[in-house]
Design a protein around this ligand. Structure first.
Ligand SMILES: NC(=O)C1=CN([C@@H]2O[C@H](COP(=O)(O)OP(=O)(O)OC[C@H]3O[C@@H](n4cnc5c(N)ncnc54)[C@H](OP(=O)(O)O)[C@@H]3O)[C@@H](O)[C@H]2O)C=CC1
Ligand SMILES: Nc1nc2c(ncn2[C@@H]2O[C@H](COP(=O)(O)O)[C@@H](O)[C@H]2O)c(=O)[nH]1
Length: 316
């Protein structure tokens, strides 16, 4: 049977009576694993979005982050962050090099507070083996597994030991997976299905276009949101600045792009230029203001109000 599925642009949230005197009263903070963060959104663990400085800046601001896994010394990164009094949040893969990195961390007596298993389709035997290995070797780390896109996959990752699950397949701005393989699920349907299926937190990954999509993701049951292109155009983003005809852009490329892989093999991502927008401070302030406003329209004082808000489908 063929079903109709929904993306963020297909839905809106129905307003309720506001009970606060000011949007500033609305609390956007979220408990995620062992820590509380100022906002439930964070930059994608992509080489064109975050580097060590981005990660340290987000941690200092009280926002969550995850370092990417491409040519990164996880041991050195973890030590550097923790020596600065910041939490360490690393990404790993499913291959031999990850086993090596984990062994080095263990030998150095280091435990990252957060570990993200980052593969295109984590509903696979290799991810199952690695998740079980990480839970065994680092029981003190909060383990995020992803990505997946169905309730059944979410339930499997939860049963394998993930403390949180990242949902979203082929919905990203630099993704070409859906073009090359035919596989994709729109984000509203993905997040709703996955969040309903498990008791661990679900991260809605990719496809955030408008700031209001944050509230929609949370209304679908997400606890956190990961976004790439939203954060890619700033001084603090990791991509290079490019000048064309006097206008400035930043490079934003997929983790499975030829540019990131260094070879045209199993390419499922592309490189684009996004508008350069200067310092990220204005964006972070605006994201918080907009989410505070969303909470007020939801008739609450904190993010829990968004969990029970009514969602409607719009036809164009
Ligand atoms: N969120 C999304 O929709 C997507 C995200 N990405 C991002 O791109 C990066 C690269 O992802 P990924 O390709 O998983 O990682 P890798 O290219 O690092 O692949 C990891 C390992 O898994 C194997 N593998 C990967 N895909 C498959 C598959 N479909 N079937 C069997 N084995 C497979 C690879 O072997 P082999 O190469 O020999 O097959 C490799 O050994 C990640 O950061 C990921 O998050 C990529 C695509 C979609
Ligand atoms: N199919 C692919 N997806 C990718 C690739 N690199 C990253 N990603 C995913 O996209 C989101 C970011 O999406 P955005 O809409 O916010 O820009 C990211 O977090 C990954 O899940 C890739 O090469 N191919």
């Amino acid at each position: 049977m063929m079903t109709t599925e929904l993306n963020y642009g297909d839905v809106y949230l129905v307003p309720r009576k506001t009970i606060v005197d000011s949007r500033k009263e609305c609390d956007t903070s979220v408990q995620f694993g062992p820590r509380r963060f100022d906002m439930p959104i964070y930059p994608s663990n992509m080489k064109s979005v975050v580097d060590e400085e981005t990660c340290a800046a987000f941690a200092r601001l009280g926002w969550f982050y995850t370092m990417h896994r491409f040519n990164v010394d996880a041991c050195r990164f973890t030590a550097a962050m923790q020596e600065e009094g910041l939490f360490a949040s690393i990404s790993v893969g499913v291959n031999e090099d990850t086993l090596q990195q984990l062994a080095e961390l263990k030998a150095a007596g280091l435990t990252p507070e957060y570990i993200t298993l980052d593969v295109a389709n984590a509903w696979c035997v290799k991810a199952e083996r690695m998740i079980k290995h990480i839970k065994d070797a680092f029981p003190g780390s909060f383990l995020i597994g992803g990505n997946i896109a169905t309730a059944e996959a979410a339930r499997d990752l939860e049963s394998w030991g993930c403390d949180a699950i990242k949902a979203g397949i082929a919905g990203g701005r630099v993704c070409i997976t859906k073009n090359k393989t035919g596989f994709h699920r729109p984000m509203v349907s993905t997040v709703r299905d996955c969040a309903t299926a498990v008791s661990v937190p679900v991260i809605a990954d990719g496809g955030i276009v408008e700031h209001g999509d944050m509230a929609k993701a949370l209304a679908c049951g997400a606890s956190m949101i990961m976004a790439g292109s939203l954060f890619a155009g700033y001084d603090e983003s990791a991509g290079e600045i490019v000048e064309i005809n006097g206008k400035h852009y930043k490079e934003y490329f997929g983790s499975a792009s030829q540019f990131n892989k260094g070879a045209y093999v199993n390419v499922e991502g592309k490189k684009i230029l996004v508008e350069y927008k200067g310092s990220i401070g204005k964006l972070l302030r605006e994201l918080k203001e907009d989410l505070q406003s969303s909470v007020s329209y939801a008739g609450g004082r904190d993010l829990s109000a968004l969990k029970t808000v009514e969602m409607i489908q719009v036809y164009r």
